[in-house]
Ligand binder design. Structure first.
Ligand code: HEC
Length: 165
């Protein structure tokens, strides 16, 4: 039995070392400053932006912060997968490029995700402890979503805000 575990351990270590040779995906750290960033197109107070940057931008923007362990496989691949999927759903860096109806809808989804503790992903906050939202941060985000949505309602016709298929 002891021999079995020794072999198993050796195989696991070898697999871990081998996977390090697997190419790391290109880093997601293109443009830092974008005129289309949500903070440029929607009134986003500094405390709100700080929360978004800490808790959401790693997967929902063109600027990911890479801690040292993000260089280790399979973490690098795993993180890249989240970034690709996350950005497809919502990219704060390019928020201003979305049609108005989509911006309005994304704001609602942000509220839902925060309200239901679905974002940031639990698998991520387990490691990134500081990304976890506490109650007051959640309230800050939710009231920001509320006023941003109200602003859209006051400045656009209901037809413009309606969901396009
Ligand atoms: C670790 C990466 C990661 C972080 C951090 C993260 N998200 Fe996401 N998010 C995703 C992924 C991946 C998806 C795609 C859907 C899925 O797989 O759950 C997604 C989807 C979404 C969606 C679309 C949900 C829908 O209705 O389909 C919204 C809105 C969202 N995230 C908001 C946020 C907000 C707000 C934060 C910060 C408070 C955040 N996310 C933090 C990875 C992340």
């Amino acid at each position: 039995m002891k021999k079995f575990f020794r072999i198993l351990f050796t195989v696991l270590i070898a697999a871990f070392l081998l996977i390090q040779f697997y190419p790391r995906p290109e880093k997601n750290n293109g443009n830092t400053e974008s005129e289309q960033d949500i903070s440029k197109v929607i009134n986003t107070p500094a405390p709100v932006l700080a929360i978004l940057k800490t808790s959401c931008y790693d997967c929902h923007s063109n600027q990911t912060y890479y801690p040292w362990y993000a260089q280790i496989q399979p973490v690098a691949l795993w993180l890249n997968d989240h970034i690709e999927k996350g950005k497809k759903e919502l990219n704060f860096t390019l928020f201003g490029q979305y049609p108005v109806s989509k911006q309005y809808r994304k704001l609602e989804e942000i509220g839902e995700m925060v309200q239901e503790d679905e974002m940031p992903l639990v698998s991520y906050t387990l490691i990134h402890r500081n990304a976890k939202l506490d109650e007051s941060q959640k309230q800050t985000l939710l009231s920001w979503v509320g006023s941003a949505r109200k602003y859209f309602q006051n400045t656009h016709s209901p037809e413009t805000l309606e969901r396009k298929p």
